[in-house]
Structures are given as structure tokens and as C-alpha cells.
Write a protein that binds this ligand. Structure first.
Ligand code: ME8
Length: 669
């Protein structure tokens, strides 16, 4: 981004039906870039809207038994509500049925005409009403539109034509001279290849229906819906306040790959004819596909409703999933299971625990107050954020939002590793502790700012909990005193009961309780050694009463000494899929829980015999042979009243309850 202003737009949606996942995805992607620009103090204008004219809308209104204007008015409410809910930070919302838009579209038509680029002719062809375009014989598959898989309609009529072919060479030269004009490069190559062929003139008026903008001087015709629609990007800048000087040409048109031609050939040609500058970039995202890899579309009956996902998780979780999971410019398969996994690991474990640890320690050990700032040597030497910030915005400028998120997560993990290493829960000296925790809060200040384009509500919650202000990225690092308040977890473990109920609804056969798959047994640690290559891990030799003792790696080195572990009885998840951790085999997991002060403590099976099974009353266990980590996470174990519980019921050895030294609600894992 060279200048200090940024005008970004999305496609304007057809409100012929309800909004779908693809609509939500596109707006979230564009919103990320708009917010990232504002975070750097760039004068930003972000436009979204609705494409309300054309045959498709007229037919939908007819089917609904209402007039097109009332129909789109009602739908506009639905789309706006979704985008408000998704925290889309648009500065303007254009509807093509607005007067301000009509005036400009007519004006644009006149300019094309004055350039000598309009003529009247007769047209006959196969029209796809869903695409709102004519298809050539070679585009048809079995006589049907390949995208919508439905038959086309033969349309014969008099029409005005725009001399599109005349601009082919000029548009091609522009694309060749400006490598960044079309992102990603594969779409650029696709268009350049297409521009090797002849480009036919474009029929730009229709006379068989009237829901559209009348052609100036010939009101028997309405403007072709795409000519009408594309002009929104400019019309919205003209009225109510003239922002054309400030924001045209647009910096980035965000669109899906099915409407590439309209944006990279037709729109530039119209702008050239009318004498306007060309936009700087057309950013083309892929499609959100269903889990089987098919495009989500109503006529295919495979649509996942974005609102449902938002209700089950939260807006920011959906936004995070979109931005982190799907590679920029590529198609992506939407999977609720993957979303859930990322929720637990990246949001819950990486970020959520970091916030909780730091804020609890500041409250319990420093009375809730801590000094932050980049001048703290603990911070500047161990957690310097400059490389992360630079990489984050470099990726944003390169339209690689998923990479930007990855670089942020590297920093989140580095902050966690720093805390494990410095182990503030073991530091007695208050000055030293203030420095270490000050560095932790300062790192979270960086993290909240960089997370804000993807997760604005989460960023605001982090700031509120830790007591700093959210501002521009350049403000981060200024010295300040933070007052840290008690807060609730941002990414709580999800209610499995509700989820199980929902699953049960879907499949009438009673689902097995996830706990029944677990094999938890009493074991004794015979030896604890440092892992040769991982400084968080102990390598434990554990006796589970089997023929051979097991080797199990445990991430307890930041919390305990080897001598605290030797001879100790522990509870072991014995059927966890064996793994090799940095060269050392590990068969099982020692159960431990997080304490609010940051310590991690193994749970205590008391007097029970080695090898004894640990159960929950009323759940018959049928352990899986090799349990995945995610299957273990489906049966969340927590602390309550000093014992480990599952769904509020205590875990028991034959000798009594499984004890734990953590506060209620702490996760046992
Ligand atoms: O095309 N995944 O409107 P639209 C990702 N009105 N994106 C998807 C998608 C999917 N499954 N399905 C659609 C129009 N989209 C015109 C645009 S612009 C001047 C006029 C994207 O409601 C699609 O690629 O059919 C487009 O960018 C946007 O959603 C609106 O699609």
C-alpha cells in the first residue's frame, strides 16, 4: 500500500435468497483488510451492499407474491443484520435501487455513449438467469449452465451493445504492466489466456422485463444488471458526500472467482471508455465448499447457515476460522470438526490460557497492578515484537491473511514458552516478578492489537481484562500502568452435554458417552529424566501393572523437579495413541490440571493399587484401542471441590475419589 488511504469494496450480493457462507466469508476477508489498514492509521473507506435489480430478483419477488422493491427491502434487512452480527466495519452500504445509484449509473451510460461505444443490434443467445449472463455454446455442459447446473433460456431481443472488444488490447496491456492488478497469480494467468481470444461486444440492455434502471433516452430498455451493478463501486463515492477525489481509484475489489471476467475485463473497459482511472487491484477469493468439496449453494441443498455457527461458537471464532484456515485465494472445505479442533487448541489452549495465566498471576501476586511498556528489558530482550509486526503487515499487504495470522500465532506461542521458561509462579522477588509479568501483559497488548482485524471483540475483551487501551499499532509500547481485573475465560470449554444432545437429535441411536472410550488407570512413576531435546518435557518410566513399564513424556519440567515425581502415584490415560516426541516414544498421558497461579499439578489417585481402573459411576467403559487427543477432549475432565469430575460426577478408583489440587472449573488433561 503506497498511499495513506485505502478504499476497499466487496461484491454486492444478490438478495434473491438468504445470505450464505460464501457471502459471510467474503465480507470477513475484506473486513480484515479494512481493519488492518485502520490499525496502521490509514484513511480507510470500506463499501459493501446489494445488487437488487435484474431478472433473477424479479422472478424471486414474483414467486414470493410481492413487488420487487418490497422484496429487496425486506431482504436488505436480513443481509444487514448478518453483517452487523459479523462485526463487518463497512463505512457505507449501497443498494442499487437507491436514487443516488440510479443517477450515477445513467451518467456512466451517457459517458459510454459519448465515447461512441454504444450501438443497437439484435441479440439471440442462451441466457443463465442465475449468472445473469449469456453463455456461449462451448460454455454449456449438456445444455446447462456449468455453475448452476440448470437449463438456460433462449433470449431473442433488440439490445444496446457496448464495444467491449475494442478495449481488449488496452485491458490486457494494463494487466501485463501491473502484476498486482489481479490477485492471485493463477487468476491473472487465467484472464490473460482468455484475452488471447476474441472478445465479443457486450449486450448491455434488456427489454423483456422492467426491474432495473431505464436506459437513458430509451425507457423501453433497462440497463443490463452487471453494468448497473459494477458501477456501484463509483456511485457510492459520489453521493451523499463526494468522496471521489479522496478515494477513487479503489485500492481493492474483493470478489469470488466466478465473477472474475466482469471485474477484470468488463469493468476496466467501461472505466476506460468513461474516462475514469482503473482500480488498483481485484482480489479474488476461492469458494467455501461443503465437506465433500462441492460449492455451497442453495440449489445444491448443501448450505451451512453462518448464523448457526455463530450461535454455537461466537462471531470471532467463525472469523478466526475463515481467516486462519483457508489459504488466501484458494477454495476451502468448511468443517465444523476442524473449527472445533482449532477452537480448543489454538484459541483455548494457546491464546485463552495465556490470557488467563497472566491475568491471574498479576492479580494474585501483584495485587492487580502492573507497569507495561516496551522499555522493560525482559520484554525487549525476550519478546521483541518488531519482526512479528513487520511480518504481519507485510503479509496483509501481500493479501496473505492466513500467513499474517500464522505469524501472530508464532508470537502467542513464543510468549507462552517465555512464561514457561521464566516460571513467574516460582519467582519470589517482587521487582523481578513485576518485570516478567509486565513483559507478559505487554506481549498481550501486541497480541490484542494484531488480533483485532480478525477478532475485534476478542481484542476488546483482552484489553478490558488486562486494563490497556486499544489504539493504533504505533501506540503499542508506550509506558502505562494496567489494572488487571478478574475475567471469565474467553474460550470456555464448550458444553459437551448440549452438543451431545444435539448429536443425539441428529442420529436416533443413543450415542456412546465419550468417557466410555477412555482407559484411565493408576500408575507409579519409577523414574523421571530430562528429555534430551525438549526442555519442557520429562521422560517418565511408569509402572501400570503391565508386563513392561511404559515410557511417557510429560510437560511438567517448568513446574516440578524430577525428585518430586519419582515414586509418585498418578492417573494415566493409558490408551492414548502412542507418539514419538522429539525422538522419544511416549505411550500414554499423565493427567494433570492447571492451577490459577500457573502451576500444573498431577492428579492424585491416593491409596489405589497400581493398574486399578478409574471410572465414573453410571458409565460403562469400552475403551478404544488407540484414542486420539481430540477424542479425549470430547470428554472434558475438570476439578470440582478438590476432586476430578466428568459431567459433575467424580472419577473414582476402587479406593476413592481422584483428588486434585486446583480450583473449581480447572481443566484436567
Ligand atoms: O455475484 N464461497 O452476487 P452473489 C465463497 N451480485 N464465495 C462465494 C460463494 C461460495 N460458496 N458463493 C458466492 C453476485 N460467493 C453479484 C456481484 S458485484 C458488482 C456483483 C461470492 O450474491 C461470489 O463469488 O451471487 C461473489 O463475490 C459474492 O459471493 C456475491 O455473490
Amino acid at each position: 500500500m503506497s498511499s495513506n488511504r485505502f478504499y476497499i469494496t466487496t461484491a454486492i450480493d444478490y438478495p434473491n435468497s438468504v445470505p450464505h457462507m460464501g457471502h459471510a466469508y467474503e465480507k470477513v476477508v475484506a473486513d480484515f483488510y479494512a481493519r488492518a489498514a485502520r490499525l496502521r492509521g490509514i484513511d480507510t473507506h470500506f463499501l459493501i451492499g446489494l445488487d437488487e435489480h435484474g431478472q433473477k430478483i424479479q422472478e424471486a419477488a414474483d414467486n414470493a407474491g410481492t413487488d420487487p422493491q418490497s422484496f429487496v427491502d425486506e431482504k436488505a434487512g436480513v443481509f444487514r443484520a448478518l453483517y452487523d452480527k459479523l462485526e463487518i466495519s463497512h463505512d457505507d452500504f449501497i443498494r442499487t435501487s437507491e436514487d443516488r445509484h440510479h443517477e450515477f449509473a445513467e451518467d456512466l451510460y451517457r459517458r459510454l455513449k459519448e465515447s461512441g461505444d454504444i450501438y443497437k443490434d439484435h441479440y439471440e443467445g442462451d441466457y443463465c438467469i442465475s449468472c445473469e449472463k449469456f453463455l456461449t455454446a462451448s460454455e454449456l455442459v449438456d445444455g446447462k449452465c456449468p455453475i448452476h447446473e440448470r437449463p438456460t433460456t433462449v433470449i431473442k431481443e433488440d439490445s444496446y451493445f457496448f464495444k467491449l472488444g475494442k478495449y481488449r488490447d488496452q485491458v490486457r496491456a494494463h494487466i501485463e504492466a501491473n502484476p498486482g492488478f489481479i490477485y492471485p497469480d493463477e487468476r491473472r494467468r487465467e484472464i490473460l489466456a482468455r484475452l488471447d481470444d476474441e472478445v465479443r461486444d457486450l449486450s448491455i440492455s434488456r427489454s423483456t422485463f422492467d426491474w432495473g434502471i431505464p436506459v437513458p433516452d430509451d425507457p423501453e430498455h433497462v440497463l443490463y444488471v452487471w453494468v448497473d451493478a459494477l458501477s456501484n463501486y463509483y456511485s457510492a463515492l459520489v453521493r451523499p458526500n463526494d468522496l471521489t477525489e479522496r478515494f477513487w481509484p479503489a485500492d481493492c475489489h474483493v470478489i469470488g472467482k466466478d465473477i472474475l471476467w466482469f471485474h477484470t475485463m468488463i469493468w476496466p473497459a467501461m472505466l476506460l471508455s468513461a474516462g475514469y482511472e482503473l482500480p488498483r487491484q481485484v482480489y479474488v477469493h476461492g469458494f467455501i465448499l461443503d465437506k465433500d468439496g462441492r460449492k455451497m449453494a442453495k440449489h445444491l441443498g448443501n448450505v451451512v447457515d453462518p448464523m448457526q455457527v455463530v450461535e454455537e461458537f461466537s462471531v470471532d471464532v467463525l472469523r478466526y476460522y475463515f481467516l486462519r484456515t483457508f489459504s488466501s485465494g484458494k477454495d476451502g472445505k468448511f468443517s465444523v470438526d476442524e473449527l472445533e479442533e482449532r477452537y480448543n487448541s489454538e484459541l483455548g489452549n494457546d491464546l485463552g490460557n495465556l490470557i488467563l495465566r497472566v491475568s491471574k498471576l498479576v492479580q494474585t501476586k501483584l495485587g492487580g497492578r502492573v507497569q507495561v511498556g516496551a522499555d522493560n528489558p525482559e520484554f525487549s530482550e525476550r519478546l521483541a515484537p518488531d519482526a512479528t509486526i513487520e511480518e504481519f503487515f507485510r503479509c496483509a499487504d501481500a493479501r496473505e491473511h492466513n500467513r499474517a495470522m500464522e505469524s501472530l500465532w508464532d508470537y502467542v506461542r513464543a510468549t507462552n514458552a517465555y512464561l514457561n521458561d521464566r516460571a513467574p509462579w516460582r519467582i519470589g522477588d517482587e521487582t523481578e516478578l513485576s518485570k516478567v509479568l509486565g513483559a507478559g501483559v505487554e506481549a498481550l497488548r501486541v497480541i490484542a492489537h494484531l488480533a483485532s482485524p480478525a477478532m475485534p471483540a476478542v481484542a476488546a475483551s483482552i484489553a478490558a481484562a488486562l486494563g490497556f487501551e486499544l489504539g493504533r499499532i504505533d501506540d503499542v509500547g508506550a509506558p502505562a500502568e494496567c489494572e488487571v481485573r478478574p475475567s471469565t475465560p474467553l474460550f470456555p470449554r464448550r458444553e459437551t452435554e448440549a452438543k451431545e444432545k444435539q448429536k443425539a437429535k441428529k442420529q436416533p441411536a443413543a450415542p456412546e458417552d465419550p468417557f466410555s472410550k477412555l482407559d484411565i488407570r493408576v500408575g507409579r512413576i519409577d523414574e523421571a529424566r530430562d528429555h534430551p531435546d525438549a526442555d519442557q518435557l520429562f521422560v517418565l518410566t511408569v509402572d501400570l501393572g503391565e508386563d513392561e513399564k511404559r515410557s511417557i513424556c510429560a510437560g511438567l519440567r517448568a513446574h516440578l523437579e524430577a525428585k518430586d515425581l519419582t515414586g509418585r502415584k498418578v492417573a494415566v490415560l493409558a490408551n492414548l495413541k502412542p507418539a514419538v516426541l522429539r525422538g522419544v516414544p511416549s505411550a500414554g498421558m499423565v493427567l494433570a490440571s492447571d492451577r490459577a497461579d500457573g502451576a500444573v499439578v498431577p492428579v492424585d489417585p491416593g491409596e489405589a493399587d497400581i493398574g486399578a481402573s478409574i471410572q465414573v459411576e453410571g458409565i460403562e467403559t469400552k475403551p478404544k484401542k488407540k484414542l486420539s487427543k481430540s477424542n479425549f477432549e470430547k470428554a472434558p475432565l475438570t476439578a470440582k471441590g478438590g476432586v476430578v469430575v466428568y459431567k459433575d460426577k467424580p472419577l473414582r478408583t476402587p479406593a476413592g475419589d481422584l483428588a486434585v489440587d486446583s480450583e473449581d472449573g480447572a481443566t484436567v488433561r
